[in-house]
Design a protein around this ligand. Structure first.
Ligand code: NAD
Length: 485
């Protein structure tokens, strides 16, 4: 037996399900990129809203792959969301009423985009789906070149968004709002520029119409959504008593912050827990500094202590105590947070998320790409702390931990997963253990450390932290943490 509208009434009572009549809902949103994250995040918020606002059901579009459509169409679009925590729970989500694969059914996708009932187009297509170069469109990208050659028969996301808007302009219809829900700084701004630059190459009047009429709100999303695996499929089948071809799973915590700038109405998202704010950059910054920086701290210091996952690292009292202190006493006071932001509650929630044993978030994976992450996650906070004459010694410990991690990998001959692997590993291989010598070699990496490398307060604090870690054995890291607590 398969999960579907017909089998919904037979599910066990403990499984939550749509509390509204799905047959009375209408499609108001086209979502491009029906991956795990969309189904575990946005579609769940909309599922909570459809009882009150039935006009915002979702048409889920995959551009290239038919897998999700083929899994969910026989289930009437229904699928299970499993929340991973101390007490796992299951909920059947009903907000996706239609599934299309653009490759197979391009006319159906364009018809939806041109449907006046559709007033919002949302996206989770991963960064590469936007075909960006810097802050705008990569006009030389093969997908863009191809779509520009036949703009009425596009294949990429930008091509479809513009083709849909072009149909609306021709038919005298109001445009839709285009809302990126990908993890990308200034996602709305980048998407808007890419769409305008693409449209300009087709038709200047169309570009002008989009420029003046279409809204591209920014947004910030957060909820760890591990990919679906067989053990989830088996667990869901056991709990539901029917087969679900593609359930999804995520941590209980979820956050969605959206800029309130829509051009054709919007769902009352604030009624279902979405934060409407003008300051998305502020929320992005809070996440980088209070979620991602502690993650990196646990990743480097925890890896040196031979720990495997975030939850494992949080079970080390020295490490979790240090991270908490870092957040509350150093990062929060040094960071300009959005107005009305409840920093204490945000930190509490993050610590609880880190402790969740049901999420196996590998430290080795968080440790990737340190050269790209350390500047925005930690060095920016250190710069702000210095500007405010605040102490930076504790903030330098995770940075020193990263350098020790680099030295350890380099001297063991293990390449780093990092675009700057060559330069970092070279500095790591020649490290002698002498703090002044080693730190000088790393600070020469301008792309990472400028402009802080010229500040003697920073150089001294980083040397001290590096020396405190010694050879970075488990015991030495523990004693450095003890000294810092
Ligand atoms: P996923 O692999 O399940 O889904 C990726 C989706 O992107 C698929 O629908 C795929 O068809 C589409 N896609 C990939 N390349 C594309 C392209 N070139 N053009 C158009 N569509 C393309 O991954 P996911 O977990 O759903 O993550 C998707 C995005 O969601 C991430 O890139 C990130 O921006 C955001 N996100 C994910 C998480 C998470 O924990 N998984 C958390 C926050 C934000």
């Amino acid at each position: 037996l398969r999960l579907s509208d017909a089998t919904l009434p037979s599910l066990p009572g403990a499984v939550a399900r749509p509390a509204y009549d799905r047959g009375k809902t209408g499609i108001g949103i086209v979502h491009i990129g029906v991956g795990a994250f969309h189904r575990a995040h946005q579609a769940v918020y909309i599922d909570s809203l459809l009882g009150d606002e039935p006009d915002w059901a979702i048409c889920g579009v995959s551009l290239h792959s038919s897998e999700v459509r083929d899994a969910l169409r026989p289930q009437d679009g229904l699928y299970t969301l499993a929340l991973l925590g101390e007490q796992p729970s299951q909920r059947v989500i009903g907000s996706i009423r239609e599934l299309l694969c653009a490759r197979d059914e391009p006319a159906a996708v364009l018809a939806r985009l041109a449907d006046p009932a559709v007033r919002l187009v949302t996206l989770t297509i991963t960064e590469k789906g936007y075909c960006l170069a810097g802050d705008g469109l990569d006009a030389a990208h093969p997908d863009i070149v191809r779509d520009l050659a036949s703009p009425d028969a596009p294949r990429g996301a930008i091509g479809y968004i513009v083709a849909g808007l072009r149909l609306r302009e021709r038919h005298g219809l109001a445009p839709y709002t285009v809302l990126s829900c990908d993890n990308l700084a200034d996602n709305g701004g980048k998407l808007r520029r890419a769409v305008l630059q693409y449209a300009e190459r087709i038709d200047a009047d169309l570009a002008h119409w989009i420029d003046t009429k279409v809204a591209f709100p920014r947004s910030m999303v957060d909820s760890i959504t591990p990919a679906t695996d067989d053990s989830l499929r088996e667990r869901v089948e056991r709990e539901l008593g029917v087969h679900d071809a593609w359930p999804v799973q995520r941590e209980p915590y979820t956050q969605w912050v959206v800029e309130d700038r829509f051009c054709n109405g919007r769902p009352a998202l604030e009624r279902v827990g979405v934060t409407m704010s003008d300051d998305i950059a502020g929320y992005d910054k809070a996440k980088l500094r209070l979620l991602n920086a502690p993650h990196s701290t646990l990743a480097y210091l925890g890896s040196l202590m031979q720990l495997e996952t975030v939850a494992d690292a949080m079970r080390e009292p020295l490490l979790s105590g240090f991270v908490e202190r870092l957040m509350r006493e150093h990062i929060v006071p040094a960071t300009d947070l959005p107005s009305g932001f409840g920093a204490g509650g945000y930190v509490d929630a993050i610590l609880e998320r880190f402790r969740n044993p049901a999420i196996r978030h590998l430290l080795s994976q968080i440790a990737w790409d340190g050269s790209q992450k350390i500047p925005v996650r930690l060095l920016a906070t250190i710069a702000d702390a210095l500007a405010a004459d605040r102490p930076i010694d504790r903030l330098c410990l995770p940075v020193a931990g990263w350098l020790r991690f680099v030295v350890r990998q380099a001297q063991a001959g293990v390449p780093l997963v990092d675009p700057m692997d060559a330069a970092l590993s070279r500095a790591g291989r020649t490290a002698t253990g002498d703090a002044a010598h080693d730190i000088a070699a790393f600070l020469a990496l301008e792309m990472v450390f400028a402009p802080l490398s010229g500040d003697t307060r920073f150089v001294d604090a980083l040397r001290t932290a590096y020396a405190a870690l010694g050879e970075a054995s488990r015991e030495q890291v523990a004693s450095a943490l003890l000294a810092a607590t």
